[in-house]
Design a protein around this ligand. Structure first.
Ligand code: 5RP
Ligand code: CA
Length: 228
């Protein structure tokens, strides 16, 4: 299934990424950011229903000057003391991967399928440019707060953190595409919880989308002795 997922990412098509039974136990719809169209945002919000974010590699975020949100809150708490205690441990990992929330400057409200897909593609372009060594003034092209959450992957990817942030960036790197991936959790309206793995697998089969688990991706990397 990993090879099929890599093939889909190379073509800019979706993959479903489940993390781990002992972590969130969630499945995210993942689509390479450069290929996200309005219909893909609609699919993520209707069939996924979670938060639509863009995971980018640590190197790209550093080059674009994008800190983690917890770093921003820690720095701002010297001016606004009420912000100090917001940074807490999350129950499923050592920290969250959230960075800024942004809209591209050419969007209007920022939330429509047209607007969010534009913001997502433009994030993909920014990541592509900065990793190609081009100068890129991120603040000139985006405003914050906005309607698309940026997620910054851990520097050592899966060796350091096992979230969909890292799993989607690792899959993008394996596919040799720009490491900027739109992701959205699949939720279950029947239970009010995350969509169970079995239901996500059924959705994957019915829609011809590859379904990969974190453990499969880790095993694949180990077998090939690949470090990303
Ligand atoms: C943003 C999230 C999601 O869980 C998303 O899958 C990325 O987070 P993580 O890397 O922690 O899995 O928190 O909606
Ligand atoms: Ca997740």
């Amino acid at each position: 299934m990993i090879e099929e997922a890599i093939r889909n990412f190379k073509k800019g098509k979706p993959v479903l990424i489940y993390d781990y039974d002992d972590r969130e136990g969630e499945t995210d719809i993942a689509i390479p950011a450069l290929n996200v169209k309005p219909k893909d945002v609609a699919m993520m919000r209707i069939d996924g229903g979670g938060l639509i974010c863009v995971a980018i590699s640590y190197e790209a975020a550093e080059k674009l000057g994008l800190p983690f949100m917890h770093e921003i809150l820690e720095a701002a708490s010297s001016k606004f003391s009420s912000l100090k205690n917001f940074v807490k441990k999350v129950p499923y990992d050592s920290r969250s991967s959230f960075s800024l929330w942004v809209n591209h400057v050419d969007t209007y409200t920022g939330v429509t399928d047209l607007d969010r897909s534009l913001t997502i593609r433009k994030i993909g372009e920014a990541v592509e440019k900065v990793l190609n060594g081009e100068d890129f003034d991120f603040a000139n092209e985006f405003r914050s707060p906005g309607h698309v959450a940026l997620l910054k992957a851990a520097e050592r990817l899966l060796e350091e953190r096992r979230g969909q942030t890292e799993l989607s960036v690792a899959l993008a790197k394996l596919a040799g595409i720009t490491p900027a991936v739109a992701i959205c959790e699949m939720l279950d309206e029947e239970t009010g919880r995350a969509l169970p793995k079995e239901k996500a697998m059924k959705y994957a089969e019915e829609n011809g989308i590859p379904f990969v688990e974190g453990k499969e991706l880790e095993n694949y990397l180990k077998e090939l002795n690949l470090a990303l």
